[in-house]
Design a protein around this ligand. Structure first.
Ligand code: GUN
Length: 295
């Protein structure tokens, strides 16, 4: 039997519409638009594309986008000074420093300079801590987007076995925390996990975020499981064209899973949609307004 395809692109488009529809209410109350500042250091081609898409989406949602492009030679002190200025800027509700940063700049030192209430990526140690102890805070966009897709598919997640593969601070760890908050029984697997295939097979829910093309094979997956593939691995084919491959062997896995995200068109579009959502939520919280319902 073939799995249901989880259409992240359509879900993301609906979320972006809901964010855009909620912006005028903020503007009416605060007499200004919510603002997102994106900082890009250097000229990494993939980062340039991401930053351009983020700018376009922010403007389309009716919010202000402030782009700060700095040369590869920027020092850590200069970058920290810019973040401090953005912290103090009342027109900026949300700050995103695009990763990876050039060698020689300590990511953590920069991220921990961001005001936690403007930390739209949820990467600051305060926001990671808030998530871990179950307090409200800004949550990393990609795992929050994955959770939205899972709840849309499954409704109540209570009591389900959830397996997350990959323990990054950006996806795996916050994903495990979010699933725990939804009362799942969570296993966080990683590169040192023994019998990974067997561990993966426990999951009613499986989220894979390791950055290894087609690591997870169809016969590892529990029949009927809901599979979220966060992988975006670029590979050049024999025809010279670049293909995007997920971390799950999709063609075979879709014959075993109950529902699965394709790559592309699954998790990818969710990240920007949740970034817009988080920007509006950060603006609402800073303004002392209740966060909008349904976002
Ligand atoms: N680089 C790749 N993905 C991300 C992301 O979600 N946030 C930031 N800041 N940088 C990234």
């Amino acid at each position: 039997m073939s799995a249901r395809l989880i259409d992240g692109k359509a879900f993301a488009a609906r979320l972006r519409e809901r964010v855009a529809a909620a912006v005028p209410d903020f503007v009416a109350t605060m007499d200004r638009v919510p603002g997102l500042a994106v900082v890009l250091v250097g000229d990494d081609p993939a980062s340039q594309i991401y930053v351009r898409s983020k700018h376009k989406a922010t403007v389309e949602a009716g919010m202000a986008s402030f782009e700060h492009r700095l040369p590869e030679t920027t020092s850590q002190e200069e970058l920290v000074a810019l973040v401090e200025r953005l912290n103090d800027d009342e027109s900026v509700d949300a700050i995103l420093v695009q990763l990876p940063l050039p060698a020689g700049i300590d990511d953590k030192a920069v991220i921990d300079t961001i005001d936690p209430d403007k930390d739209v990526d949820g990467f600051h140690v305060i926001n990671a801590g808030r998530l871990a102890v179950g307090e409200d805070g800004l949550v990393s966009c990609t795992p929050l987007g994955c959770l939205m897709l899972l709840k849309d598919q499954l409704g109540d997640l209570s009591g389900l076995e959830a397996v997350v593969v990959g323990r990054s601070n950006i996806v795996g760890k916050p994903m495990a925390q979010l699933l725990l908050r939804e009362n799942c029984t969570v296993t966080l697997a990683h590169s040192r996990t023994r019998n990974l295939a067997e561990v993966v097979g426990r999951g009613d829910i499986l989220v894979v975020a390791v950055g290894q093309p087609e690591l997870v094979k169809a016969d590892w997956i529990k029949p009927g499981a809901t599979v979220i593939d966060v992988g975006m691995n670029r590979q050049s084919g024999e025809d010279g064209k670049t293909r995007l491959l997920g971390d799950v062997a999709f063609a075979e896995a879709k014959e075993v899973a109950g529902a699965i995200t394709p790559v592309p068109g699954g998790v990818g579009p969710m990240t920007i949609a949740v970034l817009l959502r988080n920007t509006l939520v950060a603006a609402q919280l800073r303004a002392g307004m209740p966060p909008p319902a349904g976002l």
